[in-house]
Design a binder for this molecule. Structure first.
Ligand code: PRX
Length: 572
């Protein structure tokens, strides 16, 4: 297929002449950028905040925060003090020590960021939970991680089954009129009287930093553990790929409950000393454009679903705003349609730069950075210091233009350290030859550009959020009417995929629309809104292997009118 490449539009970029020779780039070169290179004292929160508070960036705005009721800004010096206070509060009232898991389950607010940084300053491992999670999802994660401390709001506390979580010792509540006791602590009032000076806990580069739970095609969500060493790549990709410069005002739209919202919503921008805009509340096209206008956003990192929704809102909306501050736009999470790139050229007069990476990889790996030609529809090329390849199921590298497993040679700085309490799962990601196997299928063209083709497994990407079908199926069969359930991702023009459930009912239940709605609500309330099936189809029976495993690929073939393939393992 012949594609028209888009050349760089403007700018003087930090990563200029890119060629394959950069594969030999040595990450050690980046170490000099950190104060631990001289002092030997490591802590990501120090590098992201405190270090800048001691330089000319002291009074530079680190955080601009806005939602429906708040509009605030904090300099690096103030961020240092606020995160110090949070560290002191956690230490004094939560007994937080190095290695303890501190989970944070709340909507975006400045306090969320103080809490994350404060916990990291104590050497704790932070577990951010997306605010839309319901009881089942919250419990799985707090239980598996044996979280000792939770920071949440009185409203969200209702979704935390505190009595079923023996490891959970202290709960900090962020809200008004909190009734305190040994277990429940009023975070805001403690912050008010806390000391703005704190002792940072120095750690090893391989010590735990953050735990992001993510889904696969089987089993419960797994805790992907990242360590402080990841800062090397957070920093360098913020320079190379986000192209952050001293005067930039940067906005990442992702919630810190997902890896994009931490690696590039917290670490990347602050490690590079950039002014970072955080906006709370729900998505609305007008509000988004207004954010760009009001803050003068120059670098913007978002996701295909959001771009498609903006595109759907029409170009007239764009014209109402002054978006001239924008100079660099990026995308992650799902395939970025060439059509969206063309739309971006039309309305912003800028290219949208796709980036590919995963929760497990901790930072960007395959990207379109500003200085290179973009082939719309391609994820770009591996960044310097990263070797990517397409391999077959035996681990052999395939030549260009052959589809296979997208794999990365082990050894990039932000690679996950392990899967929490599940070393076999961690090992299962690797193939002989030191290949990390992503679970995506792709091909590489003759120019070294990578093209995403799909997931090898049944993982669903809906509106950029990763959902494991097994998790949804498990929740579905908890419903009294449901005997069996099989869940697939169904292609959708706006959301990438939507969740579709095939359901076989128990005897005595009627296949009504009311029941469908009840089932949808059941998953929504038990798991999360984004995990609830948008479509439900009743079937007398579901296709299963003789060992009883639901054959999702057959469900998908039914749905898409495709050949069902080999059915030799199917029962009957
Ligand atoms: O299938 C790929 C898809 O998202 C998966 C990783 O999801 P998650 O761990 O939630 O992380 C998302 C954000 C870092 C990948 O296996 N994916 C991510 N980026 C792209 C993508 N698919 C196509 N193009 C991308 N740029």
């Amino acid at each position: 297929m012949k594609v028209e490449a888009l050349s760089p539009t403007n700018g003087d970029y930090q990563l200029k002449d890119y060629s394959d020779t950069y594969h030999s780039f040595d990450w050690k070169e980046v170490e000099r950028e950190f104060s631990w290179y001289e002092t030997g004292k490591v802590n990501l929160a120090y590098e992201a905040i405190d270090r800048h508070a001691e330089t000319f960036r002291k009074n530079k705005v680190a955080l601009y925060y806005r939602d429906a009721s708040r509009n605030e800004k904090y300099t690096f010096k103030e961020m240092k003090e606020e995160s110090n206070k949070a560290a002191n509060v956690f230490k004094s009232f939560g007994d937080v020590e190095k290695g303890d898991r501190v989970f944070i389950f709340m909507p975006r607010s400045p306090e969320l960021y103080f809490a994350v940084l404060g916990a990291i300053k104590l050497g704790a491992i932070v577990g951010p939970l997306f605010e839309a999670f319901m009881e089942g999802a919250v419990k799985d994660r707090l239980e598996d991680s044996e979280a000792k401390v939770l920071v949440t709001t009185p409203e969200l506390l209702e979704r935390v089954p505190v009595n079923e979580l023996p490891a959970l010792k202290h709960i900090f509540l962020v809200g008004e009129n909190i009734e305190e006791d040994e277990k429940y602590i009023d975070f805001l009032s403690k912050m008010e009287s806390a000391d703005p000076h704190a002792q940072i806990e120095w750690v090893e580069r391989t010590d735990g930093l953050i735990l992001h739970y993510t889904s696969g095609s089987t089993g419960k969500p797994k805790g992907v553990l990242h360590v402080h060493n990841a800062m090397i790549q957070h920093y360098q990709t913020a320079k190379w790929v986000l192209d952050l410069n001293e005067d930039d005002v940067y906005w990442c739209t992702a919630d810190p409950g997902w890896v994009t919202g931490t690696s590039y919503g917290i670490f990347g921008p602050w490690l590079t000393g950039t002014s970072n805009v955080i906006v709370g509340g729900r998505f609305k096209p007008e509000n988004w454009y207004k954010t760009i206008e009001d803050f003068g956003i120059s670098v913007w990192y978002s996701a295909p679903t959001a771009f498609r929704m903006l595109m759907g809102a029409g170009d007239d909306v764009v014209k109402k705003f002054d978006l001239s501050s924008l100079r660099h736009v990026l995308s992650v999470g799902e395939p970025l349609n060439p059509e969206v790139i063309r739309w971006g050229m039309k309305v912003f007069n800028l290219r949208i730069h796709d980036t590919w990476w995963m929760t497990e990889t901790g930072a960007q790996l395959i990207c379109n950075y500003p200085s290179m030609d973009i082939k719309p529809g391609s994820m770009g090329k591996p960044i310097p210091g990263v070797k990517a390849a397409i391999i077959d199921d035996q681990g052999n590298e395939l030549p260009p233009n052959r589809m296979g497993n997208l794999a990365i040679k082990k050894g990039w700085p932000s690679m996950m350290h392990t899967i929490w309490k599940n070393e076999p799962k961690y090992q299962s990601y690797f193939m002989p030859g030191d290949w990390y196997v992503s679970g995506d299928s792709a091909y590489m063209d003759q120019d070294g550009y990578f093209w995403f083709q799909g997931r090898v497994d049944d993982v669903i990407m809906t509106s950029g959020e990763r959902v494991g079908p097994f998790e949804v199926e498990s929740k579905l069969v908890e419903h009294p009417a449901i005997a069996e359930a099989g869940v697939i991702g169904k292609p959708d023009p706006v959301r990438g995929e939507i969740i579709k459930a095939f359901v076989a009912l128990r005897d005595g239940y009627e296949t009504t629309d009311e029941l469908k709605e009840e089932i949808r609500q059941f998953v929504k309330k038990g798991l999360a809104a984004h995990a609830a099936p948008r479509e439900i189809e009743f079937r007398d029976k579901l296709p299963k292997t003789r060992s009883g495993k639901i054959m999702r690929r057959v469900l998908k073939a039914w749905e898409l009118d495709l050949p069902t393939g080999d059915l030799s393992t199917m029962e009957d």
